[in-house]
Design a protein around this ligand. Structure first.
Ligand SMILES: *Cc1c(COP(=O)(O)O)cnc(C)c1O
Ligand SMILES: [Zn+2]
Length: 386
């Protein structure tokens, strides 16, 4: 293993990886796992990866977990990168179909790595707030690891997510409120209950799992970076993870300096990052009365807001909001044109592509990647009122 220590993403203070850690002890901001990239580059060449298992654990050298320890795995990662046939018009559009992960969403990536580390470091009871797919993923990996999962969900979370968590053996508590209220409930009780908080970016390893989106995408594109990435942004873990992956890959000598323009796509009814980006702010204020059918985007306050906003600026990208009706309409358009029943979060990205193409913010011929972060079939509730 090449993990050396944890480092605060805000104040830079170092922390020991070998015991369970949540936020920076000094400033309460997210911790990043730091890997000895010079040693990795001496050990593994990018070409050797091709022969390995089709799973995110093929990138084992840049992931945490001590050598010889078996990861908690259900076959996550290794998802197809599909070329869009009709939707993109004159852009070169690709879809990374993350709905083929265990529990049908890319949350599996983060949870495989985070649960592997939590188990290794001795956690027994894991807790997470979830408005959608994070709960199911934690429930599955905790079950696989033989650990307890305690999941707090807003009462209006899609039924499929709630049932999935229960059937996977998790303790599910429904809360009248938003994901932020669920997080507050965990924070209030975790000490007494002995829960380890698995909230996104409040422990260092879910983002390590999500960074494999970046490694895998670039490997599938023949070690080239796309021009644009459209990412449905809730907590922003995938954006932050991919940005970290690109930095690491450049240090490894696996890619050039080029970076994609990164766009955060949110729902009009919950768009704190879009609002902050447009106002030129460095952090995003809590979004009041958040509501959207895209439950993965229903995050009124993200702890990594400053990291998201920084990378959007650095990449020369942006932030776009799409309303719920447009998402539902676009789900059908993508379904009928591409044969993919995408989640509403991803549908928002397809709609955002059109919004960006019109004023020429994405030019003809540019290579664009959209992440279908989850399966549309989990959102049947969206159709009851139709
Ligand atoms: C969680 C989730 C998102 C948001 O992901 P972040 O990395 O937390 O921004 C998007 N889409 C789906 C389907 C999700 O479950
Ligand atoms: Zn700090």
């Amino acid at each position: 293993m090449f993990l050396t220590h944890l480092e605060c993403s805000a104040c830079g203070r170092q922390h020991d990886w070998s015991r369970l850690q949540n936020l920076c002890a000094a400033c309460q901001k997210p911790l990043f796992a730091i890997v000895d990239l010079a040693a990795v580059s001496r050990t593994v060449k990018r070409e050797t990866l091709a022969a390995r298992e089709k799973s995110l654990w093929r990138y084992r050298e840049v992931l945490p977990l001590t050598d010889g320890v078996e990861p908690v795995s259900l076959g996550e990662g290794g998802t197809p990168l599909l070329r869009a046939q009709k939707f993109g018009g004159d852009v070169d559009l690709w879809v990374k179909d993350e709905s083929l992960n265990p529990t049908q969403s890319f949350k599996a990536r983060g949870m495989s790595v985070a649960v592997s580390m939590a188990k290794y470091l001795g956690a027994e009871k894991l807790a997470v707030p979830s408005a959608g797919n994070a709960g199911g993923a934690l429930a599955a990996y905790a079950a696989r690891a033989g650990l307890d999962a305690h999941i707090f969900m807003p009462r209006d979370t899609p039924r499929a997510n709630i049932i999935e968590c229960r059937e996977l053996g998790a303790h599910v508590t429904l809360i009248d409120g938003l994901i932020t209220d669920c997080a507050a409930e965990i924070a209030r009780r975790k000490e007494e209950e002995g829960w380890f908080d698995m909230s996104t970016l409040k422990e260092p390893y879910r983002v390590e799992g999500k960074k494999t989106l970046g490694y895998e995408l670039v490997e599938q594109l023949g070690w080239q970076l796309p021009d644009v990435i459209l990412y449905p942004t809730g907590g922003g873990t995938g954006l932050i993870g991919m940005w970290k992956a690109f930095t690491e890959m450049e240090s490894l000598g696996w890619i050039s300096k080029k970076r994609p323009r990164m766009f955060a796509v949110q729902a009009t009814g919950c768009s704190p990052i879009v609002r902050a980006f447009e106002a030129g702010e460095k952090t995003a204020a809590e979004f009041r009365n958040a509501h959207t059918i895209a439950s993965g985007l229903r995050v009124p306050k993200a702890i990594g807001d400053f990291l998201i906003l920084k990378l959007l600026h650095q990449s020369n990208g942006g932030a776009v909001a799409v309303d719920d009706e447009e998402m539902i309409r676009t789900m059908r358009e993508v379904g009928s044109k591409e044969g993919l029943f995408v989640c509403p979060e991803a549908a928002a990205c397809f709609a955002a592509l059109k919004l960006l193409q019109r004023p020429g913010k994405i030019a003809p011929g540019e290579r664009v990647v959209i992440f279908n972060t989850g399966a549309g079939i989990k959102y049947l509730d969206c159709y009851e009122s139709q």
